[in-house]
Ligand binder design. Structure first.
Ligand code: AMP
Length: 437
C-alpha cells in the first residue's frame, strides 16, 4: 500500500516522501481513510507506531480543502499532555504541512503567554496545546473555537494520569458540538472509556502495537569532568541546552540535597527526593516536576524507583551508580520511539570502575564528549574495547586487544560526535511557529 492510495493529495505526499516514508504504518493505513471519511476515531497506539502522522496527515488534507481561518479562530485543535509532546507534534504538523498554505502554532505553560496570544491573533489552522495553557488563553479571549472542525486528544491516558480531566472537560464545553473527534491513547482503561463516551461518536476503533523499527532510542554519552566541577557542569548543560525537564540521579541523599540547593541558587528551579523525605514532600516535588514548576528533580535510585514518570526527555547521572544495572534502569526513564531521549553521565576519574562495569554490562562503549572549560585535570582513563557483554565466555582471540582498545578510545573522545548524536542535540529547538508564504 502507498500513501497516494490513501487519498492524500500531492503537497502532503511530497512532504511524506521527503521524510523518507514509503509505506504507511498499520495505524496510518487504518486511520487515514477513516479520518478522511469524516469518522471519529478511537485508537490504541503508542509512540513509535507512527500515530502522529496517522492523525496529522488526514487532518491537514481536510483543512487544506476548507475555508480560510478567521482572526483568533482555530480549525483543528490537538491536545497533548506535556510541552515536550506538544512541541514534537507541532514539529510534525509543520513538517507534513510544509507545502500547504496553513498556519500552525504550539502553546504550553511555563513560558510567557504574550507571544502565544500574538501568534493566535490572525487565527491558526492547527493549534497544538497543553490543556492548562489553552484554558488560560481561552479565558483571555486569545483563542476562539467557532471554526473548530477537528479535535485530537493525543496520549489521552497520560493526560488523565496528569490530572487534566477537569481542564479537558472545560475545553470540550467550549467547542462546537459538530466536530470530528480523534482520540489516541496507549491504553484503554475504564477512565479513558468513560471520557470517550462523552466524546467520540460511533468511532472507528483501531488498535496497533509498536513497530520494531522505531524502538525506543536513547542517546547516551558521558562528560569526563573533575568531581568538584560537576555541579557547575550540570548547570551549564541545563542552561546551554535549554533542558526544561531533567531528572538528575545522585548516589546519596546528602548529595541530592546539596545539588538541588546549588541548582536552585543558580536559578534552576529544583527539588530533591530521596528516602528520608516524607510522602507528601515527594508527591509535591513530583507534581511540580510534571507541571513544569520545577525544572530539575534530583533523585536517589531508591526514590526514583517508585516514581510515576516515564519518557523523560533528559536524564543526567550526576554520579554513576555502584551497581551497573541501576544505570540501565536510570536511562530507561528517558527515550521514546522516534524522538531520542538523552542520558548524560558526568564521570570523574574515580568512577572509572563503575564506568567499566556499565560498559561491560551493556556491551557498549559510551561516547565521551568534553565540554569546553570543563576538561578534567584528573583524566579519566580510556575505556578498553575488550569489554564483552556479560554472558557465556567466547574463545579468546590472539593478543591484539591493547592496540584495538587505544584506537577505539581515541574515537570515543567525543570532539566529533556521530551523526545521530549531533542531530539529537541540534534538533532540540524551541517550538516553532510556521508562517508560510
Ligand atoms: P510516532 O508514533 O508518531 O511518534 O512516530 C514514530 C516515528 O516514526 C517518527 O519518528 C516518525 O517520523 C516515524 N514514521 C511515522 N510514519 C512513518 C512511516 N510511514 N514510515 C517510516 N517512518 C515513519
Amino acid at each position: 500500500m502507498s500513501f497516494a492510495s490513501l487519498g492524500l493529495s500531492a503537497p502532503i505526499l511530497e512532504a511524506v516522501a521527503k521524510e523518507g516514508y514509503d509505506t504507511p504504518s498499520p495505524i496510518q493505513s487504518q486511520a487515514i481513510p477513516a479520518i478522511l471519511a469524516g469518522k471519529d476515531v478511537m485508537a490504541a497506539a503508542q509512540t513509535g507506531t507512527g500515530k502522529t502522522a496517522g492523525f496529522t496527515l488526514p487532518m491537514l488534507e481536510i483543512l487544506s480543502r476548507g475555508d480560510k481561518v478567521q482572526p483568533n479562530q482555530v480549525r483543528a485543535l490537538i491536545l497533548a499532555p506535556t510541552r515536550e509532546l506538544a512541541a514534537q507534534v507541532g514539529e510534525s504538523v509543520a513538517t507534513y504541512g510544509r507545502h500547504l498554505p496553513l498556519r500552525s502554532t504550539v502553546v504550553f505553560g511555563g513560558v510567557k503567554i504574550n507571544p502565544q496570544m500574538i501568534a493566535l491573533r490572525k487565527g491558526v489552522d492547527v493549534l497544538v496545546a497543553t490543556p492548562g495553557r489553552l484554558l488560560d488563553l481561552y479565558r483571555q479571549n486569545a483563542v476562539r473555537f467557532k471554526q473548530l472542525e477537528i479535535l485530537v486528544l493525543d496520549e489521552a491516558d497520560r493526560m488523565l494520569d496528569m490530572g487534566f480531566i477537569n481542564d479537558i472537560k472545560k475545553i470540550l464545553a467550549a467547542l462546537p458540538k459538530d466536530r470530528q473527534n480523534l482520540m489516541f491513547s496507549a491504553t484503554f482503561s475504564d477512565d479513558i472509556r468513560n471520557l470517550a463516551k462523552g466524546l467520540v461518536h460511533d468511532p472507528v476503533e483501531i488498535s496497533v502495537s509498536p513497530r520494531n523499527t522505531t524502538v525506543k532510542m536513547v542517546e547516551q554519552w558521558i562528560c569526563p569532568v573533575d568531581k568538584k566541577q560537576k555541579p557547575a557542569l550540570l548547570k551549564r548543560l541545563i542552561l546551554d541546552n535549554q533542558w526544561d525537564q531533567v531528572l538528575v540521579f545522585s548516589k546519596t541523599k546528602h548529595g541530592a540535597n546539596r545539588l538541588s540547593r546549588f541548582l536552585d541558587e543558580s536559578g534552576i528551579k529544583s527539588s530533591a527526593i530521596h528516602g528520608s523525605k516524607g510522602q507528601g514532600a515527594r508527591t509535591r516535588a513530583l507534581a511540580d516536576f510534571k507541571s513544569g514548576a520545577i525544572r530539575a528533580l534530583v533523585a536517589t535510585d531508591i526514590a526514583a524507583r517508585g516514581l510515576d514518570i516515564d519518557q523523560l526527555p533528559h536524564v543526567v547521572n550526576f554520579d554513576l551508580p555502584n551497581v551497573p544495572e541501576d544505570y540501565v534502569h536510570r536511562i530507561g526513564r528517558t527515550g521514546r520511539a522516534g524522538a531520542s531521549g538523552q542520558a548524560v553521565s558526568l564521570v570523574s576519574a574515580d568512577e572509572f570502575k563503575q564506568l567499566s562495569d556499565i560498559e561491560r554490562l551493556t556491551g557498549e562503549m559510551l561516547e565521551r564528549r568534553m565540554v569546553d572549560g570543563f576538561e578534567p585535570t584528573h583524566s579519566l582513563p580510556e575505556s578498553r574495547k575488550v569489554h564483552r557483554p556479560l554472558g557465556p565466555k567466547r574463545p579468546k582471540k590472539p593478543k591484539d586487544g591493547h592496540r584495538d582498545g587505544q584506537r577505539s578510545a581515541g574515537n570515543a573522545r567525543g570532539n566529533n560526535p556521530p551523526e545521530r548524536a549531533r542531530r539529537g542535540t541540534e534538533g532540540r529547538q524551541a517550538p516553532r511557529r510556521r508562517n508560510p508564504g
